[in-house]
Design a binder for this molecule. Structure first.
Ligand code: BGC
Length: 730
């Protein structure tokens, strides 16, 4: 039970419906090697011979770490980095695999364990694994083969395996199973839950585009695409021959290999060969890379022997944008790749350096784009479950989820607000109310937390904020610009209360107290800031979150400021996703397109002139003169600025959800064309069918074609039309 103690809001008593955890019991024990194997990944083995005819066999398994299972030499399932990453001190997913087809008369089940994300855990228990094989015989009787001390353990050929630091593999090593497994001291199953998220699987296989010999004399394989996954190699070698590779996202200004931006992540790949032709890929870790430097290789390089395998959550693609402008198409491709590369079980900031964390701010700015590009409902439900589990008793929301310890998270506006923005967007895109039910109380707790800690009533003042993270216009090399912390925090506070009220109404809750709070917060914001906005982002906040009585004047002032600043973006993480929206909303569509189509730094297209195939963390990750941004914080695969795709879908193509008919039960079309683009089309495969919008120039006019599977309204050049299902041309 949670009692709202907020002094400025009517006391409300909530019943918190926490998911019942710990109701899965495996007829098995947590096992681990009886001795410390250091960095070596252990194998666990069980031989068995079913005594009767097997009708059905199911393997249920999870790990404190990551695992892979093989039955009779065959890989079980295709889940990479199973069991995935949850808030391990609250919950751990169990996977079930039907292995009936893999069974023989005599069977060998081998489980491999590596560290994965588990080392992030508070007071880490030793890595361990738990599994049960459930056999159902033709006569209806059953047998369970669970992990226990009868399992044998061996050191594997995987001598080292780390999430950030890569792998060391010795193919000459043959595992010797002559030790018994030990049952873990902490043999509880309290935290086990069924698999909730999508599985993570291998996706595209990319070939080497070019073998580059750099000025420094390095041999570098270019896969042509920055991506997340691993390298598969095939080599004909002698036992003891060494292979070594390094991974990078860019080449430096002289064309040499570069990966200082990985910071402490070593991303090793060291392989000792056995005799003969062999193929290997590491699959209990992953890398973020486009370039692979060959540091050791026993023979001449044949590009055909190298394949980059893309790995991410297995999400259904739903959204497509194509235009007559090749650079815009490349931008959209970069956004899609940025999403795939960072949706590996949780939404991460980046896939390569020593972070790869579920930063809440990044996820919330990108969620609308994400939900149009791919079907992400299940993916977000799982991650939001972890976010809810990690919300502090006082309502504070960590800045990334799952957390790791010891570390005190920074509690910041725009980051914590993911707790409201992500479920609300999932509701709008998919019409799913369960996600709102799940998050309603946590949203209230977050709002109450802010209400309780602020130093100025009805605003959020007095906390350290990430604010408009990576905004331009500040001290070079700093992560924050001139936009005021308290302004961003107060704007998000208002927006989240607004969402809370909408969620409450959908769910039939009494949100009167929060409606009153919202009115007061909006008034306090207007009173405090008096429409005196200093930066682009400050204007954007007030406009996008409806915090001004004179929006047109504020929009005019924003446009004037942008012109004064040379028609350049100055915005960071929180201003960037909304700036085009507010410009087009208040009559500055032309300027919005100018910003979108700008090719010089800073802009969305500038990185493409530098060869980007994913979205960069910084507008100037590589500067016009080829210099590289300081290594402290410089990823070339950060999806946040890719949020511009929601303007491309929602304004350029004009495809919008309708709040009263979520999940595209109705569509609102309002495309806004531009003379600098010959044609533009977008399509979203929604819960209710395919919605598409296309425009092109013909005889000095713009023609529009809209397709809707459901009733829709359309605003075309100022005129409103009511449409039934069908395709219409205007
Ligand atoms: C991450 C960001 C994140 C930020 C928080 C960085 O290290 O890469 O994307 O949101 O920290 O301020």
């Amino acid at each position: 039970m949670f009692v709202c103690t907020n002094v400025r809001c009517k006391p409300v008593v909530y019943v918190v419906y926490w998911q019942q955890w710990g109701d899965i019991m495996l007829k098995a024990n947590w096992i681990l090697p009886a001795r410390d194997m250091g960095t070596v990944s252990p194998l666990f083995k069980k031989d068995f011979h079913p005594e009767k005819q097997v009708k059905n066999a199911t393997l249920r398994i999870t790990a404190r770490g990551v695992y892979e299972a093989h039955l009779n030499g065959q890989r079980v399932g295709n889940f990479i980095m199973a069991p995935g990453w949850t808030s391990y001190h609250h919950r751990l997913q169990v996977q079930s695999y039907d292995v009936t087809a893999l069974l023989q008369a005599d069977n060998t089940l081998i489980l491999q364990l590596a560290e994965g994300w588990f080392w992030r855990l508070k007071n880490p228990q030793p890595q361990a694994i738990i599994a049960e094989l459930h056999l159902t015989f033709s006569d209806g009787t059953e047998q369970y083969i669970g992990t226990d001390e009868s399992w044998l353990v061996a050191e594997s050929a995987l001598r080292f395996c780390h999430l950030y630091n890569g792998i060391v593999y010795d193919a000459t090593h043959s595992p010797v199973f002559n030790e018994a497994a030990a049952v873990a001291a902490d043999n509880t199953q309290d935290l086990l839950i069924e698999q909730l998220g999508e599985t993570v699987t291998e996706q595209e296989r990319l070939s080497v585009k070019e073998v580059i010999f750099t000025p420094k004399g390095e041999t570098v394989l270019d896969f042509g695409q920055n991506m997340t996954g691993y390298l598969e190699i095939t080599v004909d070698a002698k036992a003891g021959d060494k292979l070594a590779f390094s991974f990078g996202e860019i080449l430096d200004k002289d064309g040499n290999f570069y990966n200082d931006n990985y910071r402490s992540a070593k991303a090793l790949y060291e392989y000792t060969c056995k005799d003969g032709k062999q193929t290997y890929k590491p699959n209990l870790t992953f890398y973020g890379f486009r370039y692979v430097r060959v540091d050791a290789y026993p023979s001449a390089i044949d590009p055909q022997n190298f394949t980059a395998i893309e790995v991410h959550s297995d999400l259904k693609r739903t959204g497509y944008i194509e235009t007559s402008d090749p650079m815009l198409n490349q931008l959209f491709s970069n956004i899609i790749w940025g999403q795939k590369d960072n949706f590996l079980d949780i939404p991460t900031d980046c896939p390569q350096r020593d972070e790869r964390l579920g930063w809440t701010g990044d996820a919330q700015v990108f969620v609308r784009t994400a939900s149009y590009n791919f079907h992400v409902l299940k993916f977000f439900k799982k991650w939001l479950g972890d976010l809810k589990a990690e919300q502090f008793e006082n309502g504070a929301v960590p800045d990334f989820v799952p957390s790791f310890y010891p570390r005190t998270p920074q509690i910041s506006a725009a980051w914590g607000d993911a707790i409201a923005i992500c479920p609300w967007q999932c509701y709008l895109t998919y019409g799913n109310t369960a996600i709102l039910e799940d998050l309603f109380v946590p949203i209230c707790k977050w709002v109450d937390y802010i209400t309780n800690i602020t130093t100025k009533p009805y605003l959020w003042f007095g906390s350290t904020q990430y604010a408009d993270w990576l905004e331009l216009g500040g001290v070079y090399g700093e992560t924050k610009g001139p936009t005021r912390d308290d302004l961003v925090a107060s704007a998000y506070y208002a927006n989240t209360i607004d969402i809370l009220c909408k969620v409450g109404k959908v769910l039939g809750k009494d949100v009167t107290a929060y409606e009153t709070l919202y009115t007061r917060v909006v008034s306090a914001f207007k009173e405090e800031f008096k429409d005196d906005f200093k930066t682009q982002t400050e204007h954007v906040m007030a406009l996008y979150f409806n915090l001004t009585d004179t929006p047109q004047a504020v929009a005019d002032s924003l446009a004037a400021l942008i012109h004064k600043e040379g028609d350049k973006l100055q915005t960071g993480f929180v201003g960037t996703p909304y700036i085009l929206h507010v410009l087009s909303r208040y009559g500055y569509t032309d300027l919005a397109y100018t910003l979108l189509l700008r090719k010089e730094y800073p802009s969305w297209l500038y990185p493409i002139t530098k060869g980007a195939t994913t979205i960069w963390e910084h507008w100037d990750g590589i500067k016009p003169n080829g210099d590289i941004w300081p290594v402290s914080m410089n990823s070339y695969n950060h999806y946040a600025y890719g949020a511009v795709a929601d303007w491309m879908y929602g304004v350029a193509a004009g495809i919008n959800t309708v709040e009263e008919a979520p999940g595209f039960k109705k569509v609102h079309f309002a495309p806004l064309a531009d003379h600098r683009i010959d044609w533009f089309k977008a399509e979203i495969d929604t819960e209710n069918g395919k919605v598409s919008s296309r425009w092109w120039h013909e005889n000095g006019k713009v023609r529009y074609e809209l397709t809707t599977p459901v009733p829709a309204t359309a605003i075309i050049e100022g005129k409103t039309y009511e449409l039934g299902a069908g395709t219409y041309t205007f």
